[in-house]
Design a protein around this ligand. Structure first.
Ligand code: FPP
Length: 236
């Protein structure tokens, strides 16, 4: 694929772990474990393909409403992932970052994240961002609070000022948002940033969304005509 047709920033809603497990007569936790394994596959594939930013929806502000045991599984998978993958992120020159209200995560997860973020902060091939305790609406509220706290006069507030106070400050907007498992909604993901993102929906459950499915999604993106609200330029 010519690099001009490759998205700079890919955001993914990793959905369908529970249904993947149910379809096999397994507990939901098995689906999350398979999903965490697949994070490794997709991170490596994106880095290899030359994606600059990969942002994964790992835990939403709404996920706190799940049973305590399931939340515990998701958090322990996160620390396992960080422990297991740190050397690999280093090897692949990948920088780790987070978006979301990280301060409300349990101490062990905050500590593991802080360690991995510090270790990888000079890496330059790709930024892997985990959206944790993330919700687009909550992010917008936090941004508005930060703007008020900074004493910025209302007349000076514009879209750039708002963008600069979001968790994704400095990131390019996602070129595409991919959602697995057949559901077709944004579920509070990157609401401000995805204004002009191409939305790509795959019927495949996240644990089965491998490199072939990723490439098919990127191919679909490459065939989309992005207009950003403008009318088509006449040819020639
Ligand atoms: C949606 O599946 C997925 C999540 C709620 C969380 C995503 C988490 C992982 C992929 C594993 C851990 C992550 C990392 C970064 C190691 P679902 O449970 O909503 O599926 P369902 O809609 O079929 O019930």
């Amino acid at each position: 694929m010519p690099s001009s047709l490759l998205p700079t920033h890919v955001a993914i809603i990793m959905d369908g772990n529970g249904r993947w497990a149910q379809a096999r007569g397994l507990e939901r936790s098995h689906g999350h474990r398979a999903g965490a394994k697949n994070v490794h596959t997709i991170v490596s594939a994106c880095a290899r393909l030359g994606i600059s930013y990969l942002t994964l929806y790992a835990f939403s502000t709404e996920n706190w409403n799940r049973p305590k045991a399931e939340i515990g599984v998701l958090f322990s998978l996160l620390t396992d992932f960080l422990g297991r993958e740190l050397a690999e992120l280093e090897r692949q020159n990948i920088r780790l970052a987070t978006i979301g209200a990280i301060e409300d995560l349990p101490f062990a997860q905050r500590q593991a994240l802080a360690h991995a973020i510090a270790k990888t902060k000079h890496n330059t091939a790709m930024t892997l961002t985990l959206a944790l305790n993330y919700g687009g609406r909550s992010e917008l509220v936090r941004a508005v609070r930060a703007i008020v706290d900074a004493g910025i006069p209302s007349a000076s507030i514009n879209e750039d000022v708002l963008a600069a106070h979001l968790d994704t400050a400095g990131y390019p907007d996602p070129d595409c948002v991919i959602r697995t498992s057949g559901e077709m909604r944004l579920s509070n993901y990157l609401l401000f940033q995805s204004a002009y993102s191409e939305l790509i929906f795959s019927p495949v459950f996240w644990p089965d969304f491998g490199e072939a499915e990723l490439k098919a999604a990127l191919d679909e993106y490459a065939h989309r005509k992005r207009r950003f609200g403008k009318i088509e330029e006449p040819a020639g």
